[in-house]
Design a protein around this ligand. Structure first.
Ligand SMILES: Cc1cc2nc3c(=O)[nH]c(=O)nc-3n(C[C@H](O)[C@H](O)[C@H](O)COP(=O)(O)OP(=O)(O)OC[C@H]3O[C@@H](n4cnc5c(N)ncnc54)[C@H](O)[C@@H]3O)c2cc1C
Length: 394
């Protein structure tokens, strides 16, 4: 079977590796000159343990399976993987019910080792953190997802597949017995096409004539780095109790595999699909985003949160205040800008931020419609899930 895959992020490469190892002839088409150029190379690097997600959802099951598969994969290939441990901290008593819900979910999802801590217990784990209580997930880990993606690409090549960089997919036609694809200056003929195009998902769906009932709305997440001795104020990962209305986890402090500590990401609307800063504006992308009925409905419901997030993006003191809630010793001088990532978040026609992973099958074409966090953590399990789904399309 000849399988084409759009996108050389961690998901496309995990799917390609899986299919190549099952004997398919695999070609990955990537528009950028390198793998992991977008979400996979611009994230927090956290291997989520699965404590947040609705039990029974794809996120909950594939995250748990994905962690086990990723841990083993990293061990097998000498890739970085460190169980830095995560604290979810309630900074006020009002947040205690939300924190309790997180602990219950963690138990329902079978996350190992989760403990509920009081104010003293949390300081034993993170001496500079402040809060009234916390949930500790000792097996939450950190890795380098871009390095994992590069290794996956090498596996694809070793299994006889090919990863074609600088090959933007420009046209797709489904015929009675295959899928014709134009990418870069070449034409390809596949038996199946699988799209893992992240921020480019809607464009690929449009080319495939598979409109669907969600659209990608890009949300930028901006980071600061803790400079100098301030990095010593954080041992592992310190997270707020998330607002259940949003799939985003709130500004957190994350020790990275290279020893740096990041604060962020926030969640502000990006003004282009690949809008990594306020200066990156695409009228074409904006027209598409704003003409989707769900965008206006979402904005009408969540504008207060939006204004607060934009303020935090523009005013460093406000961003610092979000981090200081959990580590009060931090000052604005400790924070240095450290880039951003753009989340490909699917929004429904009625303005809901789609929470779960979403995969559509249209004849010979499989479209990943929503693969936000923890999709990097879950990538190997999502690939297995897709490998099981594909033959069912016929
Ligand atoms: C700020 C931020 C923080 C995050 N933190 C975490 C975390 O800590 N842990 C975690 O598990 N997840 C995290 N995530 C989510 C995670 O990064 C993504 O879920 C994951 O990387 C998705 O992988 P992907 O391969 O689907 O997408 P991507 O990595 O975006 O890859 C899609 C690829 O498709 C290519 N493409 C698009 N259109 C075309 C086209 N027409 N032709 C050819 N190629 C095309 C793009 O160039 C891109 O390389 C975070 C995401 C962001 C943005």
């Amino acid at each position: 079977m000849r399988i084409g895959i759009v996108g050389a992020g961690i998901l496309g490469l995990a799917v390609a590796r899986r299919m190549a190892r099952e004997g398919a002839e695999v070609t990955v088409l990537e528009k950028e000159p390198r793998v992991a150029a977008h979400q996979t190379g611009h994230n927090s690097g956290v291997v989520h343990a699965g404590i947040y997600y609705q039990p029974g959802s794809l996120k909950a099951t594939l995250c748990r399976e994905g962690v086990a598969m990723l841990r083993e994969y990293c061990a097998e290939h000498g890739l970085p993987y460190e169980e830095a441990g995560k604290l979810v901290v309630a900074s006020t008593r009002a947040e205690l019910p939300g924190l309790r819900r997180i602990a219950e979910r963690a138990r329902e999802n079978g996350v190992p080792g989760v403990a509920e801590l009081d104010a003293i217990g949390l300081r034993e784990i993170e001496p500079y953190a402040a809060g009234v209580a916390a949930v500790h997930s000792p097996h939450t880990a950190i890795t380098d997802f871009a390095a994992v993606a590069r290794r996956l690409a090498a596996d694809v090549a070793e299994a006889g597949g090919s990863v074609r960089l600088s090959h933007p997919v420009r046209a797709i036609r489904q015929t009675a017995d295959g899928v014709l694809v134009a990418a870069g200056r070449e034409r390809f003929s596949f038996d199946r096409l699988i799209s893992c195009a992240g921020l480019g998902t809607d464009r690929v769906a449009e080319l495939a004539g598979a409109d669907g009932d969600v659209r990608i709305v890009p949300f930028r997440g901006e980071y600061y780095r803790l400079s100098g001795p301030a990095a010593g104020l954080v041992r592992g990962l310190i997270y707020p109790v998330p607002d259940p209305r949003y799939p985003f986890l709130g500004v957190h402090l994350t020790r990275r595999i290279d020893g740096e500590v990041l604060a962020g990401p926030n969640a502000v609307p990006a003004l282009a699909l690949e809008g990594y800063s306020w200066r990156r504006v695409s009228p074409r992308d904006l027209r598409a985003i704003l003409s989707w009925p769900g965008t206006g409905k979402m904005a009408a419901e969540h504008w207060r949160t939006g204004v607060r997030e934009v303020y935090g993006s523009l005013v460093k003191r406000a961003f610092t205040a979000a981090a200081r809630r959990y580590v009060p010793a931090l000052t604005p001088a400790d924070l240095v800008r450290a880039g951003s990532g753009v989340r490909a978040q699917a929004v429904t026609r009625d303005g809901r931020l789609l929470d779960d992973f979403a995969i559509d099958v249209r004849g010979r074409i499989v479209l990943v419609r929503n693969a936000p966090s923890p999709a990097a953590t879950s990538s190997l399990a999502i690939a297995r899930h897709i490998a099981l789904t594909v033959p069912l399309a016929f």
